[in-house]
Design a protein around this ligand. Sequence first.
Ligand code: GLU
Length: 470
Amino acid sequence: MTTPPRYRFAPSPTGFFHVGGARTALYNWALTLREGGTFVLRIEDTDESRNEPQWTQGIIDALAWLGINNDHPQFEGPYFQSANAQAHIDAAMKLYAEGKAYFCDLTGEQVQERAKASGKPGYDGYSRDRGLEPGPGRVLRFRVPAGETVVHDLVRGEVKFDNATIEDFVLLRGNGTPMFLLANVVDDQIMNITHVVRAEEHLPNTPKQQMIWNALNVAPPTWAHVPVLVNEQRKKLSKRRDKVAVEQYREEGILPDAMVNYLMTLGWAPAGDTEIVPWQHIVDTFRLEDVNHSPAFFDIQKLQAFNGEYIRKMPLEVFIAECEPFLTGETMPWPAGNFKQDIFRGMAELVQTRVTALTEVPAMVDFFFLDEPAIDEASWAKATKDEWASAVLSETAAAYATTEWNHDSLKAVIEQVGEKHGLKLGKVQAPIRVAITGRTVGPPLFESLELLGRDTTLARLAAASQRLAK
Ligand code: GLU
């Protein structure tokens, strides 16, 4: 019987949780679920100058939002790298005792000076055979063996590295603290990790880490390096330039299911003619061997389109419930207490088909709940530029004072007004829409008027007539 695989996700808590990290975590998670394995979350918190506890919590929360948390028996952790500091040092000293690593007393500057003098970049192996003992300021370097290192990567195939191009790299700093390359390997060993699926930018580390695995006499894990995410200009996504924080997309009303589905399609595509597929289908069919080598474009518009699809797929009651925080929470654009659930319910189905994010919902229905919606000047100017606008407003108001109050008759009235002026419905309703809602776009007008009620409609039409008269 083969032992079940152990995947891991090992973020460094140095900032907002990046969409690239989320994609890597999801790849690991999908494989864990299908293969009946374990997903280990390890927080690599050893870079004390850059770590903050809130970033750790942010990662844990964002993973949970994506569905990765300890509600599932296959989730393990979080573990913290800092808890293993002694094990990292012990492993390093074992390599030293076996002659697989050696101490060096050159400072960083001295290493550079020597490289400059010889014309060969990097560390030249100066202390390889000097037999230095440990001591303050002395770094421990790995003795890179001659030959070649072949990394078997599930995404990239066989990747060969000539060891001559790899310097004797540092395992322990001069102050005795372990370097990432070592700590990361030792942790993976302690946690019995069988599969390392991570970002492509770590590929240059992999031959070094594979050498450490071998030197510690443990068989290396199966490697997979997934392609980087790039922006529209095909530049690597960066937190300075691009919108990369998972948290931000969550706040902007992207649904977790849409985010998960979209992230999984970056570098991979489900079989069939649609990329919008249930999570279980992804779990059943995702394979690292099918992941593309080339950088994947993180296309925000496509994410929004996915989100729109997911919104439209929601049962109406779920949609209404999901909108609630945006309509009654801190960010609501109308005075507290103005929101009316029954009006929103009446519009919900029409709104649901017209948004790509839940954050767009308040602006679609704000004219119901604002005491006086602001009139967008450009829309107003455009909708009232023709000389018939004033007559249309007053004739509509006169008819609306007595007509039956339902969307069919509200529409019939405007059609009649339009006919009188030789105008199509689309044209003649423009000043009415701006007068009532403040804008030229929005949910269907006559359904909106029906819910808004006669009094408010007439008041806003009268205000618009006055405005136009000025
Ligand atoms: N802590 C590393 C990072 O956040 C990950 C290392 C790994 O996945 O092996 O880039």
